[in-house]
Structures are given as C-alpha cells and as structure tokens.
Design a protein around this ligand. Structure first.
Ligand SMILES: *Cc1c(COP(=O)(O)O)cnc(C)c1O
Length: 363
C-alpha cells in the first residue's frame, strides 16, 4: 500500500514516530474493523472484538519480551508520571523506605512523588556530572532492607542508557523504561516491575504499559484509592474502568508488527546500527560533540552540540526546513537531540548524516 502523503523524518522524543505499516493498517481499518463493522473508536471495552484485541496484544507482548507467566501485563492511564506515585503508594510498606538511582529529570520526578509516601534513599546520582553518565555498580549505595530499588533505564533528555541493569540482590527492582522498552531484549525475571508510557517506543500517548510480578500484588494496601491500587487493575485485567481502547489496539498492532519483523533481537540490531552511524559521525567530527559519556550512550536518544548556540539555532531551523523534525534538544541539555526509536527508519539517519556534513561545510 502506498501513502499519498509525504512523511518527513520525525526525530521527536515523544510522542514519536510509529511504524508506517502500522499506521497504514490503522488507516485502512479505521472506519470498520474487519468482521466487526464498527471502528476501534466506537466499540465497547467489554465487547468480544475488544477482548480478542486485548488478549492478542498481551500474547504478543508476552512472546516478544518473553514475559514469564508469573507477571501481569497491565494497561493503565495517567502516563509514566502517575506510576511515579503508584509505585511508592503500593510497594512502600507503612513507614517504608526505597532506594532511588537518579540519572535525570524523570528519576527526580519519581523521587519527588516517592518522598510524599515514605523515605527515599538516593542510591546514587550523577547530577554533579549534569547527568551525562550512568553510575557504575560500585557507586551504588544500596540498602538490603529497602522495599525496592527504582531506576530509569533510558534517560530521554540526556541521551544516556543503562547497558545492563543494576545488581540489587534480593531487593525488588523497579524500572521506568518509558523510552527504551522493546528496543532490546530484557531478562524480565530480574525485575519486580517495569513501566513505560507508550508514546516513545510502542504506541500513542494515553496508555501506560505495566509489567508486574504477581507477588507484588500482595503488598497493595486495600485502603488505597481504588484507581491507584494495582490490585484493582490486575484483578479486573485492566478493565476496572474504561481503558485506552485505542492505545491498547495500537500497542497490539506494534507488537504484531515487531513479531512479524524479527522481534526484539532484530530491533536491537537495527537500533545499534542506527546509533552507531550517528555516534561515529559525531566522534569523527570536531564540529559536533556528543554530550553523553561514551560508555553511557543511549541507542534511543542521541544528544549532541555544535560549537555555539547560534549555530545550533541555525541548524534546527535549516534542518526543519529540510524535512527533519524534532531535533531541538531539551532545554536542560541544550543543543540537538535525535530520537531514533524502533520505528525510526535508517534512511532518516543516513539523510541526517548527509545534512550534518553539508551543514558543517557551510557553517
Ligand atoms: C517521557 C517520559 C516520562 C513521562 O511520561 P508521561 O507518559 O508523559 O507521564 C517518564 N519517564 C521517562 C523515562 C520518559 O521518557
């Protein structure tokens, strides 16, 4: 199927690019789901067609990420940001304490919410290095008595990513994987919970994927507000109230697309190729300069600077005019950020490299 519209290269950090074949399928089926005669936007979340979509989405996610059977797969609302509150409300014991590893703005926001609930112990922070790196294992000050350890696997704003998860012994490990979930294989059994707002790598905004080890549900205090209790959502299979029907449908389409295209291993290889092209170009240049330390670099968000801010401004303007959208860096880091999630095509990276070489010559 060919699209009549011209699509530009979308480097947005999120909501972000989605696979074109998925968008085409959505477009084709938007007026009527095959065999249903109504659109996904119009059907009940308690209908048979939606049940099938929901179940298939869970099956595909379970297969793709090799999620063990003792983990629940939930689709919640309120974004990753609501998880910053729900995690401590549910999993910090009364007068509890938890370890937080702080690697950027999102980790800090998670800390802020956890402090309202109990004692937050900062196991490590790289703020003194302006979050340009991930801490090494020996820097972590971990409390074996903590209720859990929380970390952010990919720091969307700073372009840093954990190469391997922190070793935390028997303490439950909880991860905000909003900007790199499904970009590389994970050993889910190392985690007690993983959550991700869908809009970076796996779907539209409005739905948050939560993968939760079942035994954690025993910790959820029945006195919590119903909607803030994971047990409510686990017991009702994410259908206590009306979920993001469209969001779940979209995650399902993305998961099906990934399964048909080599799964997460294939994504990882492609993501490594795309990132390597950009980092090699940055490293070989004296004009462009990466902001993340080399051993902490993200495969998803490539952050870099130019010799001065005026050039960076000009770069963004000219790149936008040339059909590269979303390259302006986050205000905390400045400079440029190329977000190259799963669905971002390698042709777009190659086109950006050509643009970067050309811009350097003109500058
Ligand atoms: C974008 C992002 C968030 C915030 O997600 P919302 O769904 O907007 O609440 C949290 N953590 C990380 C790592 C992110 O990239």
């Amino acid at each position: 199927m060919t699209t009549a519209v011209k699509r530009i290269f979308n480097f947005s950090a999120g909501p972000a690019v989605l696979p074109l074949p998925v968008l085409e399928e959505v477009q084709r089926d938007l007026l009527a789901l095959p065999g249903v005669g109504m659109s996904i936007l119009e059907i009940s979340h308690r209908s048979k067609p939606f049940d099938a979509i929901h179940a298939r989405c869970i099956d595909d996610l379970r297969a793709l990420l090799r999620i063990p059977t003792n983990y629940r797969i939930l689709f919640l609302q309120g974004g990753a940001s609501l998880q910053f509150s729900m995690i401590p409300m549910n999993f910090m014991k009364p007068a509890g304490k938890a370890d937080y590893i702080v690697t950027g703005v999102w980790s800090k926001k998670a800390v802020k919410e956890a402090k309202r609930v109990g004692t937050v112990q900062i196991a490590a922070t790289t703020e003194a290095d302006r979050f340009s790196r991930i801490p090494v294992q020996s820097e972590l000050v971990l409390d074996p008595g903590a209720d859990y350890v929380h970390f952010t696997s990919n720091n969307t704003i700073y372009g840093t990513e954990w190469a391997v998860e922190p070793q935390v012994g028997n303490v439950p490990l909880i991860c905000d994987a909003s900007s790199d979930i499904m970009s590389r294989p994970l050993d889910i059994s190392k985690y007690a919970a993983i959550y991700a707002g869908a809009q970076k790598n796996i779907g539209p905004s409005g739905v948050t994927l939560v993968i939760l080890r079942e035994d954690l549900l025993d910790r959820c205090d029945p006195a919590l507000a119903t909607m803030l209790n994971y047990k409510t959502h686990a017991d009702a299979s994410s259908l206590y109230n009306t979920p993001s029907v469209f969001g779940i449908y979209m995650i399902g389409l993305v998961a099906k697309y990934l399964r048909e295209n080599g799964g997460i291993e294939a994504m990882q290889q492609l993501n490594e190729r795309k990132a390597r092209l950009l980092y090699d170009a940055i490293d070989q240049s004296t004009f462009y300069r990466g902001t993340a330390q080399k051993d902490s670099r993200s495969l998803m968000n490539v952050t870099f600077r130019l010799p001065d801010e005026a050039l960076e401004k000009r770069f963004v303007t000219e790149a936008t005019a040339a059909g590269f959208d979303g390259l302006k860096g986050h205000r905390d880091v400045g400079g440029l950020r190329a977000s190259i999630y799963n669905a971002f095509p390698i042709e777009g990276v190659e086109a950006l490299l050509t643009f970067m070489r050309d811009f350097e010559h003109r500058a």
